[in-house]
Write a new protein. Sequence first.
Length: 191
Amino acid sequence: MNSRIIKWLIPIAVLAVLVIIFFSSYNSFVTKEEEVNASWAQVENQLQRRSDLIPNLVATVKGYASQEKEIFTDIANARAKLGGASGPEEQAAANDQLSGALNRLLVVVEKYPELKSNQNFQSLMDELSGTENRLAVARKDYNDLVASYNTKVKKFPGVLFARLGGFEEKEYFKASEGSNQPVKVDFGTTE
């Protein structure tokens, strides 16, 4: 009778251990995935903060440089594209378009020294600069968590549990092509 019980207990014990390992791994993947999602929410939060600051900045510059309509249109279009983007890849592309439009705006600002001395403009620029710094930190934190999560999804035995649990790799927030090149500033044009 003891050997019969042992014959049944061993497979049951092995199955119980496997179930415990699976649920433990599953819960670990859920935790990592939620960390990635929370970090991405911080990136989106900073992108939104940046997008919210831009209309005030544009309005201030418009008062001084009303003839620069193309840049204001480009900024509005880029903000709209960023607002409608979903996922890290689309948002990164929209962010790059908005950054380019802002760079052109800053070139326009150089043409108007009285604008640069305007307190409201300076305050907005300081806030935008702070937001850019927070955005860079949020993107770095997000990419760090994505790296940790993706490593867990790819490594053995995690790859087995990830497939069983339906966990897939996450996208990195990537810089656009050519963003490692220096920005060309030409104070003679607005483009």
